[in-house]
Design a protein around this ligand. Structure first.
Ligand code: URP
Ligand code: ZN
Ligand code: ZN
Length: 471
């Protein structure tokens, strides 16, 4: 096992940024040292390799807690495999993902999990874990939920959207929440009123409104706030912690903020697409181009104040995490399935590669501080989902998942330079100040000198503990 001495950088944590050197021994961080000290000199002299991080930030590897690699959706599947998607994540400075295994209607929970484990095993470039989607809340499923917590699957996603597919009604949601409460699991919620959305969608199609923007118009923000409100109240009755996924709108954020101010154990994530893209300029571009931006929850109107409110929520901690909801589809043969009817466009945007860079722009633009960037993208995600302090922090004993980030370089996001398996980039043309220079995953340099140096299968499955945010 190689020892590496990372020298001259600024180590950034969720609480501050200091000049410090880092000694890595094999796959673990052995020491964080004061530069110029006697201890540092001894450690450097004993290391097999010295990496110069002068002028750069040294941050814990990104933890993206919401991805969907090779996710079956209708007649197709999301276009990144575990191999291509985790490799793209590595390029962007993310060293851990939490993806989803799903129990479909009529299926055993364990069947969905076993299938997903087999798909990922030996194919990931970085460490990975799973949340479990409960798509059929039966007595057996509730028992399986409890058993899975002991096996390291400690969070369960439920859907208030997608009637007939993953949808759970309020009674089912309450039962799952009660089980979560008994076992210490976290409930993750896709909070949109899917029953009402389907009515609006059907009415829109009957009027001949079939283009991509209609997807955003029928998925009204009121239906996100209503579902968020209902989820919060059900979680209170069920005495369960609640984590709202892909929060996109001011109204839903107000519900989360109110609940948090009342002392509820409620958390929310947002995603880069809601901070950078909008209904009119993206989902609403003429022709079928808007299909590139079809995702749920949808992009919101630039004429309201969603993006400013989301940035504010990131500052105030009413939004605790930034994840990507990476769910890529190519335009060709995939998004095109919905050429005649927006309801057939597979839902999802790919972005696993760009989260660290896009949220760093918040630092550049004065929206968040440097430590807050690390907290939102690495530390809190790890703590929220039972991976801390193995992941999400640079301290002795933690996995040596480290990104050397160069604040001095700049570049532009494009389909021509990304590594995701997509024939377009949703973030095309966005100028990025800063870039990922070197990525270490458990002590292996997997990105360095502009090259991918890792291998599929480097990534290991992570059994998770309980959330550190449980009351
Ligand atoms: O559009 C999205 N978000 N696709 C992925 C599935 C989900 O609901 O997270
Ligand atoms: Zn969802
Ligand atoms: Zn998702």
């Amino acid at each position: 096992m190689t020892s590496i001495y990372l020298k001259g950088g600024t180590v950034v944590s969720a609480t501050g940024a200091d000049a410090a050197d880092v000694l890595i021994d094999g796959d673990i961080i052995a020491a964080v040292l004061q530069p110029g000290s006697e201890l540092a000199a001894t450690a450097e002299a004993g290391a097999e390799r010295v990496l110069d991080a002068s002028g750069k930030y040294v941050i814990p590897g990104g933890v993206d807690v919401h991805t969907h690699m090779q996710l079956p959706m209708g007649p197709t599947s999301s276009s990144d495999t575990f191999e291509s998607g985790t490799t793209a994540a590595a390029w962007g400075g993310t060293t851990t993902i939490i993806d989803f295994a799903a129990q479909m209607k009529g299926q055993q929970v364990r069947h969905g999990l076993d299938e997903r484990m087999a798909e990922a095993e030996g194919n990931c470039a970085i460490d990975y874990a799973f949340h479990m989607v409960i798509g059929d809340v039966t007595e057996t499923a509730l028992k399986d939920m409890a058993a899975l917590v002991d096996e390291g699957i400690t969070s369960f996603k439920l859907f208030m959207a997608y009637p007939g597919v993953y949808y759970s009604d309020d009674g089912e949601i309450l039962r799952a929440m009660q089980t979560a409460s008994e076992t210490g699991a976290m409930i993750m919620m896709h909070a949109e009123n899917g029953i009402a959305i389907d009515v609006l969608a059907e009415q829109a199609v009957a009027r001949g409104e079939t283009s991509p923007i209609t997807h955003g118009l029928v998925r009204r923000q009121e239906l996100e706030s209503e579902a968020t409100h209902r989820a919060i109240k059900l979680a209170k009755v069920g005495a369960a912690p609640l984590y709202i996924v892909h929060l996109s709108a001011s109204g839903a954020l107000e519900e989360v903020t109110r609940a948090r101010n009342d002392g509820a154990n409620v958390f929310a994530e947002t995603c880069p697409q809601y901070l950078y893209l909008n209904l009119e300029d993206h989902l609403g571009v003429p022709g079928f181009e808007g299909a590139k931006y079809v995702c749920s929850t949808p992009l919101r109107s630039k004429h309201e104040h969603h993006q400013a409110d989301l940035w504010k929520g990131l500052r105030t901690d009413d939004l605790s995490v930034v994840a990507t909801d990476h769910c890529p589809f190519c335009m060709k043969d995939q998004k095109e399935l919905g050429l005649d009817d927006f309801r057939a466009i597979p839902n999802g945007i790919g972005g696993v590669e760009h989260r660290m860079d896009l949220i760093y722009q918040g630092v550049v633009q004065g929206e968040i501080t440097l430590p807050r960037w690390v907290e939102l993208c690495s530390t809190t995600p790890a703590r929220m989902f039972g991976l801390y302090p193995r992941k999400g922090v640079i301290q002795p004993g933690s996995d040596a998942d480290i990104v050397v980030y160069d604040p001095a370089s700049s570049w532009t996001i494009s389909v021509d330079n990304h590594h995701m398996n997509m024939d377009y980039s949703a973030f095309e043309g966005i100028r990025i100040d800063g870039s990922v220079d070197t990525v270490l995953a458990r002590g292996n340099i997997i990105i360095g000198g502009g090259k991918y140096l890792g291998r599929k299968g480097d990534g290991r499955y992570l059994k998770r503990g309980l959330s550190q945010y449980l009351m």
